[in-house]
Design a binder for this molecule. Sequence first.
Ligand SMILES: [Ca+2]
Length: 423
Amino acid sequence: MTRGLAFCCIFLVFYTGGLSEEPSAEKVYVVVFDFATPDVKKFDPAQTFKPMPFGRRLAGDVRLKLRREGKKIVVLDWHTTAEASGPLPADTPPETVKKLLAEKLGGHVGIFGTVHKTDQTVRAEIGCVDLRSKDNPAWSKVFQSRGERVRAILAKQIVETVLGKTLQQPVEYGHEPEPPREALGKPLNVNGSFDEGAKGWDAPDNVSTFLLPGPAGRGTILRVRTDLQRDPWLAYRKALRTGKANPANPPAIAKDTTYGSVAGLEGVHYRSRWIKATPKKRYWLLADCKHTTTGKRATPKVFVKGFLKIQKTPHAYDGLPESSLAEMNLTPEQFAALPEAKRRFLIEADVKKHPMRYVRECYRWYLSCPSESGKWNHFAAPFPPRGGLPEDVEYLQIQIYSYWPPGEYLWDNVQLHEAPGKK
Ligand SMILES: [Ca+2]
């Protein structure tokens, strides 16, 4: 069965122009308020993991996609936005949004809405107020989708509607011939073959990620499982991040192949160490992958994400990451109860101590690896699809992403190379 792509989209109200049609070359300041999530499940205090409301995550995806659309669009950061207003539901009067934009935030365009999520389908009612438009200052529209990529699909649809244009798709395997190995030279990442164990990568957790001997000729390979119960897996991952669990002694986590499993929700990311980025450069990413899931086809991905250090985005951070809180023996509640000056002091000291815990994602691309079950396949593609890496990217990270269908994914030779040719 095909599952997971957008199947429905309903136009509700008036909508004409988009941001891209604006003749002015001046910057457009956009505020994406967190979307309300009225169906959010009540937090069970017996559980250690508190999920972030879906509407807040979707709003975050919309901000990121808009930021990637170039320098003319300036998207207000989440902390400043959330300080001005909590989630703004779809039925917020346009006048209220206008007031927030004009008097509090200095924005041109405000995006807000309500997200209804059932196990299968997400329905997002999105409103937009555009202070620059005289004829058509407000619109609203319903977006609906389902499946494991539902957030990415909805964010793309919302951004396309706001901008009034179709976003370009990442280039997939086969659009450009892979250069010969000699031309690619030495990989930029360490140990893409996994033959030196976890060197250059996260330590495997031995529940969802394993390093183990592969078939003849492959040396060590990465094995990923996504057919796992989600809540105990999330709790274990959190315990690992805060030093309260040891991968040498992993918990037994039951198999789950439902839409509520790890495969259907978060999926499993396996991350490389930081790789220094060179702005304006172009790269090739190579990967070998085989899945043995019961679904015939799967499209796991290898993301390359770009990050910049927090020092370049002052006042963008307002809290401590959970690993730092754990180091300081503080709960989030205890931290929140400290006087502001003390919090600021702890954050600034922690940024100095662990600068790489305070990076912000500013670039994202992925290698799509669509394949049938049971066979090793080789994938390779260049990125960025056009031009070179944006100038603000300081570090790259490879994230091997396995998700739907639930089951086993095997990976080998995940390698990043500088593109050959013009220097
Ligand atoms: Ca290998």
